[in-house]
Ligand binder design. Structure first.
Ligand SMILES: O=P(O)(O)OC[C@H]1O[C@H](OP(=O)(O)OP(=O)(O)O)[C@H](O)[C@@H]1O
Ligand SMILES: NC(=O)CC[C@H](N)C(=O)O
Ligand SMILES: [Mg+2]
Length: 493
């Protein structure tokens, strides 16, 4: 779930794009990039690494211009290499740069079509490069000498007709401005913000509203599923629906784990949704064991904190910070390799013994995916002297791959794959394991917005709203399972 950002300002935007990326860092830790337009020139810098390591003063001084886009990457397709960092760039037609959050499921077919019909060469394994070339080809089809808004809306319509999957996209089109769009189901997020400066109105688009907050933009609204949005170089905002309305289905995992709690998505506060998840989970616990013996509720930092707090309050049990997080270690789940993830849990979290000794504790996590975190954390709680260790997950068991922008490609890697809850409980070594019900999770989010009642819940339910081409899951697992990534790293030396 990469982070994307675009700004059409009245003065240089390089520094603002950098700052905005730093608060989207939790969405992608592998690579980062910024592209700006400076007159008739595009300046682009991208590389592997965290935002703070990718850009130095010299790079920033070259990123001139009052229009730009930015990206931080968490790969879901192709390799982890620097050549697949974003924004991607094509010089024909017009000069177009693109940043993409999401994942396409018909990349192979598109790749073939681009080569055989559209005569375009794709240089990497990235689905985003394919998406850019579909958009560029459709822009080229217009035959215009200069890019127009009509051409761009037509190209967005064609992208919606050709591309299947999850995508929130920001592009820079030289001579026109920023063109942004979201897939027809609105699986991946994109929000618009406005800032009034002395020189006129300025616009920003971001994966999460937290980036708008930081930069002083007021959140206006989410980009609609299937909508095309253009902010011209002159700062005019144009919008058009570029696809027939389909079932709106934002990714529910954004609310569980991906997004920052201080973000608003689809007019729902992520923080409040997580509080409701905690309340629902507590109700389930009280229903199953009205006379439970839980003495303390302890979150597994960071993301589960909010849900754990509400859970403790609803249970009327003490909330305790039993694990301290090393603030210099990033998110473990979005690291590319399993051995790295395993090592990181220990490096990241340390137990405060006092909070565990002789106690019956309920640990809370937002989700259990591969079980990397829970297995180790339960063991740490026991080593710290806990009498009993229960574990509650604010999300239901993850049993199916995610194909829309979260790197969960292979069901066999999930601890819940082909296992009952009781078997998982045993495997991770918990005395009791409680999962959220899917209906309760859906309620927790939809309660924040009356118009929102459907979500992409594929990794819990196995239902894929876009339909999935035959053979896709097999290809995905073959290309992106942990062992495949490890083999790629070895062969690269
Ligand atoms: O079952 P697993 O495969 O371990 O995945 C789930 C864990 O990974 C995430 O934490 P992460 O460390 O990535 O980020 P956080 O600090 O935001 O909680 C998530 O919050 C769970 O704790
Ligand atoms: N997580 C994402 O949004 C990934 C974007 C794109 N599929 C890539 O791999 O770069
Ligand atoms: Mg976590």
């Amino acid at each position: 779930m990469c982070g994307i950002l675009a700004i059409v300002g009245r003065s240089d935007v390089g520094a603002a794009l950098y700052d905005g990326l730093t608060v989207l860092q939790h969405r992608g830790q592998d690579a980062a990039g910024i592209a700006t337009v400076d007159g008739a020139r595009v300046h682009l810098h991208k590389a592997n690494g965290l935002v703070k390591d990718v850009f130095n003063t010299e790079h920033m001084s070259r990123l001139r211009g009052r229009i730009g886009i930015a990206h931080c990457r968490y790969p879901t397709a192709g390799s982890e290499g620097a050549d697949e960092a974003q924004p991607f760039w094509v010089n024909s037609p017009f000069g177009i740069a693109l940043g993409h959050n999401g994942n396409l499921v018909n990349t192979n077919l598109l790749r073939k079509e681009l080569f055989e019909q559209d005569r375009r060469h794709i240089n990497t394994g990235s689905d985003s490069e394919v998406l850019l070339n579909v958009f560029a080809h459709e822009m080229q089809n217009s035959g215009s000498l200069r890019a127009t808004a009509e051409d761009a809306f037509r190209a967005v319509s064609a992208v919606h007709a050709r591309c299947i999957g999850g995508y929130a996209v920001v592009t820079l089109v030289l001579g026109l401005g920023v063109v942004a769009f979201r897939d027809v189901h609105g699986i991946r997020p994109l929000v618009l913000g406005r800032r009034d400066s002395d020189d006129g109105v300025e616009w920003a688009l971001a994966s999460e509203s937290v980036a708008l907050d930081l930069l002083g933009f007021k959140r206006e609204r989410d980009v609609r599923p299937g909508e095309g949005m253009i902010i011209t170089e002159q700062g005019e905002l144009l919008s058009q629906q570029c696809a027939e309305p389909k079932q709106h289905a934002p990714c529910i995992f954004e609310y569980v784990y991906l997004a920052r709690p201080d973000s608003m998505m689809e007019d729902v506060s992520v923080y409040k949704a997580r509080l409701r998840m905690g309340e629902k989970l507590a109700q389930k616990i009280l229903h199953l064991r009205p006379d439970h013996d839980i003495e303390a509720v302890i979150p597994i930092p960071d993301t589960s904190r909010t849900a754990a707090l509400a859970l403790a309050q609803t249970l009327d049990v003490k909330y305790r910070e039993g694990f301290v997080k090393n603030r210099y270690v990033g998110r473990t789940f979005i690291m590319p390799g399993q051995s790295e993830r395993v090592k990181s849990v220990r490096r990241k979290l340390n137990a405060i013994e006092l909070e565990f000794r002789n106690k019956c504790v309920l640990l809370v996590d937002d989700s259990i995916v591969r079980g990397t975190t829970s297995r180790q954390i339960i063991q740490m709680a026991r080593e710290a002297g806990a009498r009993k260790v229960y574990l509650a997950s604010a999300a239901p068991p993850v049993r199916h791959p995610n194909v829309y922008g979260i790197d969960m490609p292979s069901a066999e890697e999930f601890v819940a794959h082909d296992r009952s809850e009781q078997e998982i409980e045993q495997l991770i070594g918990a005395d009791w394991l409680i999962y959220q019900e899917l209906d309760d999770l859906i309620w927790s989010v939809s309660e924040g917005n009356d118009d929102l009642n459907h979500f992409d819940t594929s990794c819990f339910s196995g239902e894929y709203i876009t339909g999935i081409p035959t053979g896709y899951f097999e290809d995905l697992a073959r290309a992106r399972a942990d062992h495949a990534k490890a083999a790629r790293r070895v062969s690269k030396g």
